[in-house]
Ligand binder design. Sequence first.
Ligand code: CP
Ligand code: NVA
Length: 305
Amino acid sequence: MALRHFLTLKDLTRDELQSLIRSAIRLKADHKAGRAGKPLDGKVLGMIFEKSSTRTRVSFEAGMAQLGGSAIFLSPDDTQLGRGEPLEDTARVLSRMVDFVMIRTFEHEKLLRFAEYATVPVINALTDGFHPCQLLADIQTFVEHRGDMAGKVVAWVGDGNNMANSYINAAAMLDFQLQMACPKGYEPDPVLVEKHRKRVSLGTDPLIAVKGADLVVTDTWASMGQEEEKAERLQTFAGYQVNHEMMARARNNALFMHCLPAYRGLEVSDELMEDPRYSVIWDEAENRLHAQKALLLFLLEQLEQ
Ligand code: CP
Ligand code: NVA
């Protein structure tokens, strides 16, 4: 039995990541052809959400149901977590009852602590540090539209947040160049940037970052938990909006992605969101479902080995 967690992309080897993406693409085709089996019959996923969610909740819950299992939504408002029961205790109790736990929380350290005490696979469904499930969907989407990411150029424009950090991990694992533009003071994790200097360049000018890009990615300027900084951030990030003018500096057939939810007129223009020549955001959102099904099956397979 090999207990594996998925706390960042780096919990997978390169080969495992690539094979997981292939499996996600297969599961998508099977699902659409009505060929899917029920390999998670009787399995249960516990889903702890300390922050809001549309895509993550629905994709995990629908994915479990489609594979024959079920999911339980747990929020701090109506569990003992919100009344101070320690994470370490919750991790051990849930591990006795469910087959996987998915957590969306604030500090990445909390997720690490939970995983240390859990005896079932733990999945990072977003922390302040990383959002690796979203990267699985983004990679799947790129591969479906443009093939292998190795040697390609990806531009990150905007906040150096959880998604930005996750893109750095992906660049290191899949050998693409990541050109990042973030305002001063809003850079991604400096340790990660330094560690992957060969793959990552970081500046403040979005027009430099998007030059030659095969994919341009952005995200909200104020992530969950940063609501109070929003007004200040709107001023700082002015000039970082991804729009047609910016896409014109990228490669001719460049794609645009955004993990959503998007704030139109801020980090991305309404017109670009709706332009299918660039924008693959709906495929990207859908692929959360398929990629996470592949992830659940992978973690279960590891357990059974
Ligand atoms: N992209 C993403 O994780 O969306 P939700 O916050 O809706 O889950
Ligand atoms: N960076 C955003 C992603 C939302 C899916 C946040 O953390 O709020």
